[in-house]
Design a protein around this ligand. Structure first.
Ligand code: 5CU
Length: 391
């Protein structure tokens, strides 16, 4: 067995340090944290789709009533407590976690606040990792709303932190998306520092897409199951069309939720490029690498897709050695179990683990090529790709 073989590593696992929760408590627009009568825990309200319910709940609270529908999700100790993270890891036999700030990161901060808050939040993550030496690593948060020199200084700073293995990024970049030419110096700096970008969605699709019945009837299903993955797909396709992967060939990205729908749609993207008169004219520019080349050289995918069907597509889209480019994740503390004790097993973990075993038709301990692939996705790939070793 190679180093890391047999270790279980969770590369998609979030926290909001207490300082971040305080910021959310002080806010009057989303993202925010509010308490409501009828809810034992404060509520975390993040998504645009939650605003109408938030407004109705605030109005009910102002009238001294219990809201008919409580907005958001309960902000339990799972979001901020290091002990709870460790308990979750023990319960699910996770050896190492690569933790990251959850969405929407520092996207909403003013240009002057972002730098100091990023430094302090990254110091919190760094301290937590030091305390659990070797069991925790982290993806840092960047002050993307700050001036460029502050962002570049932050990249230099986090690359010196011993447990930092990359940065978590939303799809807004500097405010205009990830195909913004002004982001190129940031991408170059990250590539030079060998810091992986963990790309994660937050903004989804416009509310109108979900139709008039969504608010009353469909909970969070549409924005989370469909809006998040489409957002990731669109963001990466824009980067690809803008030639970012050609211009920054050492840039490495890890895409949340197995790349959204990118593995499934990559062929269609290629075909649309092939048939696009504008891209083939003198005025247009066509990416040099194919999307398949990018998927097998600069992109890694997490295995947070909950089914072997999506996982097989993700492995196949990632090239001949695709099984070496996928990494297990849980999305903790999101998606807690509804029908059982939160201190126990979470389906979000067991489903993703079962999907990996089913996709390769093997068990973790099996002494076979397929068993080795399972162990790769469950942990060995992350140990190798992210160098999860204590120096
Ligand atoms: O439930 C949710 O809203 C979320 C979220 O915001 N972020 C995430 O990673 N998963 C679920």
């Amino acid at each position: 067995m190679g180093f890391g073989d047999g270790k279980v590593v969770d590369i998609h696992t979030h926290m909001y340090p207490p300082e971040y929760v305080k910021i959310l408590e002080s806010r009057t627009s989303i993202p925010l944290v509010r308490s409501f009568p009828g809810s034992p825990d404060p509520r975390l309200i993040l998504l645009d789709t939650e605003v109408p319910i938030l407004e109705e709940a605030e109005a009910a609270k102002a009238r001294g009533e219990t809201p008919a529908t409580i907005p958001g999700r309960p902000l339990t100790k799972h979001y901020s407590s290091l002990n709870q993270k460790m308990h979750f890891m023990e319960t699910h036999e996770i050896d190492i976690s690569v933790v990251s700030l959850a969405n929407p990161w520092l996207d909403f901060l003013s240009a002057s606040e972002a730098g100091p808050i990023a430094e302090s939040i990254n110091a919190d993550f760094s301290r937590m990792c030091e305390e659990k030496c070797g069991r925790l690593f982290f993806f840092a948060a960047l002050p993307l709303t700050a001036p460029r020199d502050v962002i570049l200084a932050s990249i230099a700073h986090v690359s010196s932190l011993p447990y930092c293995r990359g940065v978590i990024f939303g799809t807004s970049g500097l405010g205009k998306g990830l195909d913004d030419p002004d982001l190129l110096p940031v991408f170059h700096a990250l590539a030079d520092a060998k810091l992986m970008i963990f790309l994660h969605p937050h903004y989804g699709l416009p509310n109108e897409v979900w139709g008039p019945r969504a608010k009353e009837n469909y909970g969070h299903v549409l924005p989370l199951a469909l809006g998040f993955p489409m957002e990731t797909t669109i963001a990466v396709t824009r980067m690809y069309l803008a030639g970012v992967f050609d211009q920054v060939p050492k840039l490495n990205m890890l895409l949340a939720h197995s790349g959204g729908t990118l593995p499934f749609l990559a062929g269609r993207i290629e075909s649309c490029i092939l048939h696009d008169g504008h891209l083939h004219s003198a005025a247009g520019t066509k990416p040099k690498k194919t999307i398949w080349e990018v998927l097998s050289s600069q992109i890694y995918l997490d295995a947070v897709v909950y089914s072997d069907v999506g996982l097989k597509a993700a492995v196949q889209a990632s090239g001949p050695e695709g099984h070496e480019r996928l990494m297990f994740g849980t999305d903790h503390p999101f998606f807690p179990p509804l029908g059982s004790d939160e201190e126990g097993e979470w389906e979000s973990v067991t489903w993703n683990g079962a999907a990996v075993r089913k996709a390769f038709g093997a068990e973790d301990g099996e002494d076979s090529e397929e068993g080795k692939k399972v162990r790769g996705v469950m942990g060995a790939n992350a140990v190798r790709v992210l160098n999860l070793r204590r120096d």
